[in-house]
Design a protein around this ligand. Structure first.
Ligand code: NCD
Ligand code: ZN
Length: 352
């Protein structure tokens, strides 16, 4: 008998949609299965004010429109927008945006940590005023947890961030809701577990499926290059244990990060893995391999909503163990090519 599992509709608590043709290509992939997705603000220019977020939200309107959306699932999708914190963030605008439900959270990118983060925060002390307000009103702080000090090895940047920035931040703002985004190390798993629910963490499916050998042995695979960079197997094992642990503070966040093919397959390629086309199927593959399919719903559909203080989705999706082939590439309406994770290969699970 075909294996199948029905779960409450999941959400994606960390995704990149970009704008224009790329957004029109990738947003329907997410909307196909996810009820909501946290839309990252690292656009060019970044989403730094509530007014900019209001404008950005309009780019998703085609999904809700019967004329332009292809499926009923798409029309239910809600993007949750975030504010890109800078040294000059206006705490009043931020708080008002949260109160008006324009912002679901604010994102801390250390300056130059990753794609389009040049306007990021140069010293976390510069946003202490904003953080105080966020703590007071219960607005979540989402963190890209890597230091940018050129002297720190790229494989150690997450651990150093925890020790030097995150642990002191926790002491200074004990009541602030924090999500450590896309954790990649056993150190981050241990840190988050030790906070006993005060800190949440998203885990991407590519960090669950891959370790650095997959990226670097037998040829360099630019489509596996992302930030924080994929670590050694020991860390992958710790992440798989965390995701399937049942602990309420770990939840699904794809960090699906589309870049045009020519920006990835080049001498200096961009960071970002595109998984939006088959994310829940790939997570199901991991949970199946770990013998933990019964815990997929908590990780994908419940823990994140609870952490954010939002209701869980009221409908369901069904996954079946039936292979599907991933296209070699997707082509946007402006001709741009996007290479998806597992391009031309199969995933064992499908959405019914
Ligand atoms: C993201 C992107 O491309 O915007 N890239 C990535 O490798 N994850 C930025 C980010 O989340 O770090
Ligand atoms: Zn991201």
């Amino acid at each position: 008998m075909t294996q199948r599992i029905t779960i409450r509709r999941p959400d994606d608590w960390h995704a990149h949609f970009r704008t224009g043709a790329m957004l029109r290509l990738v947003a329907p992939h997410h909307a196909r299965v996810f009820g909501r997705a946290i839309a990252m603000p690292n656009l060019v220019p970044p989403v730094t004010t509530a007014a900019m977020a209001r404008e950005y939200k309009k780019e998703f309107d085609f999904l809700a429109d019967e004329q332009t959306s292809r499926r009923a699932d798409e029309r239910k999708f809600t993007p949750l927008l975030t504010c890109y914190l800078t040294d000059g963030t206006d705490a009043d605008d931020l708080a008002q945006g949260y109160e008006d439900k324009i912002f679901a959270a604010a994102k801390l990118y250390p300056a130059h940590a990753t794609t389009n983060s040049a306007h990021g925060v140069t010293d976390v002390k510069n946003i202490y005023g904003a953080l105080e307000r966020m703590q007071k009103i219960g607005m979540p702080l989402l963190i890209h947890g890597e230091v940018t000090d050129p002297a720190v090895d790229i494989f150690d940047r997450e651990k150093t961030f925890i020790d030097k920035i995150l642990a002191p931040l926790r002491r200074d703002f004990p009541g602030l809701k924090i999500v450590m985004e896309h954790i990649t190390t056993a150190d981050a798993v241990d840190f988050v577990n030790a906070q006993n629910g005060a800190v949440g963490a998203t885990i991407t499916v590519h960090h669950l499926l891959l370790n650095r050998n997959d990226m670097l042995v037998g040829g360099i695979r630019p489509h596996y290059y992302c930030l924080p960079i994929i670590k050694r197997a020991r860390h992958q094992i710790a992440l798989r244990a965390a995701a399937t642990s049942g602990n309420a503070w770990f939840f699904l966040g794809t960090d699906s990060a589309p870049h045009a093919r020519d920006k990835k397959e080049t001498a200096c390629g961009c960071a970002g893995v595109y998984t939006g086309h088959a994310a829940i199927e790939l997570y199901a593959e991991v949970f199946d391999a770990e013998g933990a399919l019964d815990r997929l719903e908590n990780f994908a559909s419940i823990n994140g909503a609870k952490f954010y203080g939002l209701p869980v989705n009221d409908d369901t999706i069904t996954l079946i163990k039936q292979p599907q082939t991933v296209p070699d590439k997707f082509i946007a309406d402006d001709g741009m090519e996007l290479i998806p994770f597992r391009a031309g290969e199969t995933t064992p699970w499908s959405v019914a």
